[in-house]
Design a protein around this ligand. Structure first.
Ligand code: ADP
Length: 554
């Protein structure tokens, strides 16, 4: 900046000085030139007049002491007299322009430059009456001579101009740049700067406002993104094209059991070295979507990778979904379908077998009744099985469930009791009830089913002369229903599995007693619908207690 100011001041001043100098010199020079010529003319004329009058021209001429050179030339060009140079050395002057002009026209004027061109010699010649020519010459500085003379002062002027320009440019630059340097960029309009800066300050303020709002918007978007990614249960990874982790959310760090911060900047394979992860990252690196399933710490994760195309930063996004429950449910459904077909086939095979024998007429008449009874009991089992399957399917389709009502749990159990009475009596098992009335919110039909299944099992898997006690009691916030029997008990290793569909501890015993293997699965389902918790305490040979805890009273 300072250099530019310096240059402009310096060159402008210099140009001004030179132009003014040149004009002045030119006009002065013209003026002096004209004066010198005039002087020379009048001097020539006065000398000529004197010469015409005086008899001894030589004496007169020698007496002249003026500054100018005086030469007298004969009509043939021979120099007769010269007051500065001996005439012998001088050549004939007939060819000199001023002399020849004077000889022809009476007077002549010309000028010539010295050898160095620094001096100009003006000549004026007059033809005298006797034919001779009188010539005077005056020497003066030529333009170049003048320039030569002013060279030193000119250099001094240039130097002074340079120094002046330097100090002025410094001062100007400081006056221009100091306020700029002191501008408070955070609040440009509060600066006290010169007027010319106002548009810049206004623009700065404008830019500041735009930047501020853009930053705020960016921050908001970032916070939104962080909030979403940090709170999502799915694992989220962002990688660059080389597979280096750029971002990892909390869930992903938990899935891989790594520290999120420490993982950033590392290769994705340091999180997990499995072939599945490698495969989906590689797919995305090749511009394809990748999908794989990864088993980790007892969970099944679905890994999905997508290449993110963008000119600025192409990369890869990996999402991890915990599909354990879905896969288990699928597995359960597959097993359930297989089990259903198997369970249905057994009674149907019996029915077909017995009915075939009966219809062929090969059965003895005394066996007919027994076969019919068998067909009947297998058909009953089929019905029970189909009912249970329908019930479970309904429970699976939660949308079809009726609305909750207030249910007195004690009354509900009391109404179920008579339905197991005949089975109990058949084995001499006593069934009794204790507790008090507690109302809960629930679906009566399902709660009836739950109680019946527990009671039926307590009778079915009891020992002769055993007992079953149903108790209903209020709890801190909810209610507890427990069914206790003095039956066979359930070995520890089976306790968790008996709630699975078609799981039976003793298959033949269950079939004998008309069990479907679905009772406890229905109980578990109904409890889940009511947010209730089931616990089992059982000892083989001592009996079992199933406790269902409902979280809320009505
Ligand atoms: P099932 O129709 O065979 O009774 P459940 O689902 O009701 O089917 O019960 C599953 C299995 O759990 C039964 O086959 C039985 O072996 C066992 N079980 C259920 N309740 C009792 C109980 N109260 N005492 C002993 N074992 C029981």
């Amino acid at each position: 900046m300072q250099k530019r100011i310096f240059q402009s001041i310096f060159f402008t001043t210099l140009a001004a000085v030179l132009i003014v100098g040149a004009f002045t010199a030119r006009s002065f020079y013209g003026f002096f030139d004209a004066r010198t010529a005039e002087e020379l003319r009048s001097e020539t004329e006065s000398i000529a007049r004197a010469l015409e009058r005086l008899p001894d021209a030589g004496e007169y001429l020698a007496s002249l002491t003026g500054p100018h050179r005086v030469t007298l030339i004969a009509p043939d060009g021979t120099v007769v007299f010269d007051n500065q140079t001996p005439t012998d050395d001088m050549e004939n002057h007939i060819a000199r322009p001023e002399v020849s002009d004077a000889l022809q026209t009476g007077s002549g004027m010309s000028y010539r430059y010295s050898r160095t061109l620094t001096q100009k010699i003006l000549y004026h010649a007059l033809r005298l009456g006797d034919g001779r020519v009188l010539r005077t010459a005056a020497t003066q500085n030529s333009i170049i001579g003048m320039v030569h003379r002013v060279l030193f002062p000119l250099a001094a002027v240039i130097l002074i101009t340079a120094l002046l320009a330097l100090s002025l440019s410094r001062a100007f630059a400081r006056r221009i740049t100091d306020p700029i340097g002191k501008i408070d960029l955070a609040s440009p309009l509060e600066n006290d700067a010169y007027d010319e800066l106002s548009p810049i300050l206004l623009r700065l303020q404008d830019q500041n406002d735009t930047l501020r709002s853009q930053l705020a918007e960016l921050k908001r978007q970032r916070q939104e993104l962080t909030a979403i990614s940090e709170n999502m249960s799915e694992g989220l990874l962002m990688l660059n094209r080389e597979g280096i982790v750029l971002a990892i959310n909390k869930s992903a760090a938990r899935i891989f059991s790594v520290d999120a911060q420490a993982s950033i900047g590392r290769s994705v394979l340091t999180l997990n070295r499995s072939a599945e992860l490698y495969k989906i990252v590689e797919a995305a690196q090749n511009g394809r979507d990748g999908e794989a399933e990864l088993e980790l710490n007892g969970h099944i994760y679905q890994l999905l990778s997508t290449p993110v195309s963008g000119e600025s930063s192409p990369g890869i996004v990996v999402i991890m979904l915990d599909v354990t429950a879905r896969r288990l449910a699928e597995k359960e459904r597959r097993e359930f379908s297989a089990n259903v077909s198997h369970e249905l086939r057994t009674p149907l095979t019996s029915i077909v077998g017995f009915s075939e024998i009966m219809s062929n007429g090969v059965a003895r008449p005394e066996d007919l009744k027994r076969f019919a009874a068998k067909i009947h009991s297998e058909a009953q089992r089929l019905i029970a099985l189909v009912n249970d399957i329908i019930q479970l399917s309904r429970l699976d389709e939660k949308a079809e469930l009726p609305a909750f009502e207030t249910v007195d749990l004690y009354e509900l159990c009391e109404s179920v009791l008579p339905r197991v009475q005949s089975a109990a009596q058949a084995r001499n098992v006593t069934v009794s009830m204790t507790g008090e009335h507690v109302s809960i919110r629930g679906i009566p039909r399902l709660l009836d089913e739950l109680t019946f299944n527990l009671l039926e099992n307590a009778v079915k898997y009891n020992v002769p002369d055993g007992s079953v006690t149903v108790s209903v009691a209020p709890e801190e916030t909810g209610a507890v229903l427990s069914v206790q029997d003095t039956g066979l008990g359930i070995p520890k290793e089976h306790q968790e599995r008996i709630f699975e569909r078609f799981y039976r501890v003793d298959k033949s015993h269950s079939r004998e007693t008309g069990g479907t293997g679905l009772g406890l699965a229905i109980v578990k389902h109904v409890a889940a619908v009511h947010d209730a918790k089931i616990t089992l305490r059982s000892q083989p040979g001592e009996g079992s207690t199933f406790t269902v805890t409902f979280p809320q009273k009505a």
